[in-house]
Design a protein around this ligand. Structure first.
Ligand code: NAD
Ligand code: MG
Length: 401
């Protein structure tokens, strides 16, 4: 990347700007100096073109891209007279991601985030990584792309951001384990019969964090934590047996690192994604943000509990994928995304999501070596196809309304 003067606004792109992470990113930028400090190059979204156009105008973006080609006319119309470029479709998303910036927010949800993020990484941007699928599906390939581009990888997922804050790279050899905290979601204390009957609306209501619908439901099934285990293994180059999960309902400790002298270092804070986003934006400096400060006296207590893998089989599936390696992460994730859509569409019940993923993993094994991005996409496609068949063939059973 070219050298830039300290005072020049940092050039940034925000992919998935219309989502929960994207909106929080724009909010953080506005608190940290707005247009004087940051030059927003690209914003992107999918369905909500009105919001996308409004965001582009407010932050003075050069280009706004919707992933949905059928929305191109709407977006162009909403941006008319603003001088902001409108674009649509997957290729346009990648083209915009290739435009040189200093910092790139990877805030697109799901596998759709992989190609644009890889494009930005290859161009040398610092990648603020909220999207989990880049590492879960294509861990080593993604690292390679970051290395060849020369940018930094800054985790935004709150757990990984917390670990990044307390992971002493100079003492790498003395790090024994990573302890990911999990709120346990809204169904932490339900039994299996009760879990079988929950609706998508119930699953989308997270007790502590305000997030997009898909990640909220993934939190309820703990597939979110499953993805995060794989993400942590790739991010911090750990063995599968070095990644632990502990239920911590208050979501105050965002994760921990255990050292060989028995010390455990933790990062704490109120559950607000703007801390992690601000950390990744200002790194290695600490920005000043209006985050609610922790009040320990009011908090009074922190609880912990071992996760129950019989009620949350997603965690065991993650461990299996981590140990198997190859394309297992892509297979788990592809099957999970189909199962999640099917649950949202009320085609399958809550507990059937894990059944479908397990079935697909049984049938496809490791899927071979993750030698190329094409191989990752192929494993993802195959897993999705099989998962769709399983959804279609599921025995007729009354579903929740
Ligand atoms: P969200 O659903 O609120 O927003 C997703 C964004 O991606 C939107 O801008 C949407 O328009 C865009 N998008 C959706 N489908 C797309 C497609 N096919 N092509 C291109 N763009 C598409 O999700 P979110 O909660 O902001 O999460 C974004 C990512 O960050 C996810 O991968 C999630 O796992 C991760 N994450 C989110 C949080 C959080 O607090 N929200 C925390 C940690 C990690
Ligand atoms: Mg998280």
């Amino acid at each position: 990347m070219t050298e830039r003067a300290e005072t020049a606004p940092r050039r940034v792109s925000i992919f998935g700007s219309t989502g929960s992470i994207g909106r929080n990113t724009l909010d953080v930028i506005s608190h940290l100096g707005g247009r004087d400090a940051y030059k927003v190059l690209a914003v992107s979204g999918k369905g909500n073109t009105d919001l996308l156009a409004r965001q582009a105008k407010e932050c003075g973006a050069e280009i706004a891209v919707t992933a949905d080609e059928t929305r191109y006319g709407d977006l162009k119309q909403a941006l008319s007279g603003s001088g902001i470029e409108a674009a649509a479709g997957k290729a346009a998303l990648i083209e915009a991601a290739e435009r040189e910036v200093d910092w790139f927010m990877a805030g697109i949800v799901g596998m759709a985030g992989l190609a644009p993020t890889l494009a930005a990484a290859g161009r040398g941007a610092d990648i603020a990584l909220a999207n989990k699928e880049c590492l879960v599906s294509a861990g080593e390939l993604f690292h390679r792309e970051i290395e060849s581009g020369g940018g930094r990888l800054l985790p935004v997922d709150s757990e990984h951001n917390a670990i990044h804050q307390v992971f002493d790279n100079s003492q790498r050899h003395s790090i024994e384990r990573i302890i990911l905290t999990a709120s346990g979601g809204p169904f932490r204390s339900l039994n299996l019969d009760e879990m079988a009957a929950v609706s998508p609306d119930m699953a989308a209501a997270h007790p502590n964090w305000s997030m997009g619908v898909k990640i909220s439901i993934d939190s309820a099934s703990m597939f979110n934590k499953a993805l995060e285990m794989i993400e942590a293994m790739h991010l911090f180059d750990m063995r599968p047996d070095q990644i632990e999960v502990i239920i911590h309902p208050q979501s105050v400790i965002h994760s921990m690192v255990g050292y060989s002298d028995g010390s455990v270092l933790a990062q704490l804070g109120t559950p607000d994604m703007r801390t992690a986003i601000g950390y990744s934006l200002a790194y290695p400096k600490r920005p000043s943000l209006p985050i609610e400060r922790l009040d320990f006296a009011r908090l009074a207590r922190l609880d912990f509990d071992a996760p129950d893998e019989s009620r949350f089989p997603s965690l065991g599936l993650a461990r299996r994928a981590m140990e198997a390696g190859g394309l297992s992460g892509a297979i788990l994730n592809g099957a999970k995304e189909v199962a999640l859509e099917a649950f949202i569409d009320r085609q399958i019940g809550f507990l059937e999501m894990a059944d479908i993923v397990e079935n697909v993993m049984d049938k496809l094994g490791t899927g071979g070596e993750a030698i190329s991005i094409e191989a990752v996409y192929e494993a993802d496609d195959t897993a999705r196809l099989l998962a769709r068949e399983l959804v279609a063939n599921r025995s007729a059973r009354p579903l929740v309304n």
